[in-house]
Design a protein around this ligand. Structure first.
Ligand SMILES: [Fe+2]
Length: 190
């Protein structure tokens, strides 16, 4: 399975504070702006509200980050898998018009090429078949299987997207899916 949409939306008006940078890919620009994406460790007011979707006994296995993606020529982050992240729960603060596309791998052999040490592996499109995709709206929340190749495309040619992301390198997509079922955050049998 590639992704799951959570039942409830979170309209995020709580203040998000970025701490140190975890991953950056792209071009840095003046005034602390950038093209590409940037993950920062983050704090958010009322943090317990967001973590309430995870049973308390598992919460230590998750980290809160802010993800700021700016896409413009190229307007696509190519198919890749994330480094040291098995899956993440994304709260779309400012979603913009962006398509997240997942792929199945047609041919395992030579499918990957190194993209960047910090980002992960990128894939040649000819080795992939398009699988599920979604276009998130503001306030929606998704569980994403980031260990499966995925790309991100700004459908208007430009996007400025802000995401609050709860990530884990400890639990698999299916394990987190069970946690979300336990807290009633997703429909069972969805
Ligand atoms: Fe990714």
């Amino acid at each position: 399975m590639y992704y799951l949409k959570l039942k409830n939306n979170f309209s995020i008006t709580d203040k998000i504070t970025c701490r140190e940078e975890k991953v950056f890919f792209g071009v840095r620009q003046p005034n602390n702006t950038h093209l590409g994406f940037r993950y920062n460790y983050a704090d958010v007011e009322n943090i317990e509200k967001y973590f309430s979707i995870i049973p308390e006994r598992f919460r230590k296995g998750f980290t809160l980050l802010s993800l700021h993606i700016v896409l413009s020529r190229p307007e696509t982050l190519p198919p890749h898998i994330d480094v040291n992240v098995l899956c993440c729960i994304n709260f779309y603060v400012r979603a913009d018009n962006v398509k997240t596309q997942f792929y199945s791998i047609k041919d395992d052999l030579n499918a990957t090429t190194p993209w960047s040490d910090v980002v992960g592996l990128t894939f040649n499109l000819e080795n992939l078949s398009e699988a599920g995709s979604f276009n998130a709206s503001n306030g929606e929340v998704y569980l994403l299987n980031t260990s499966i190749p995925h790309s991100v495309t700004a459908l208007n040619g430009f996007a400025d997207r802000l995401v609050l992301s709860i990530q884990t390198e400890k639990f698999t997509f299916n394990e987190v899916k069970e946690m979300l079922e336990e807290t009633g955050s997703i429909q069972i049998n969805e």
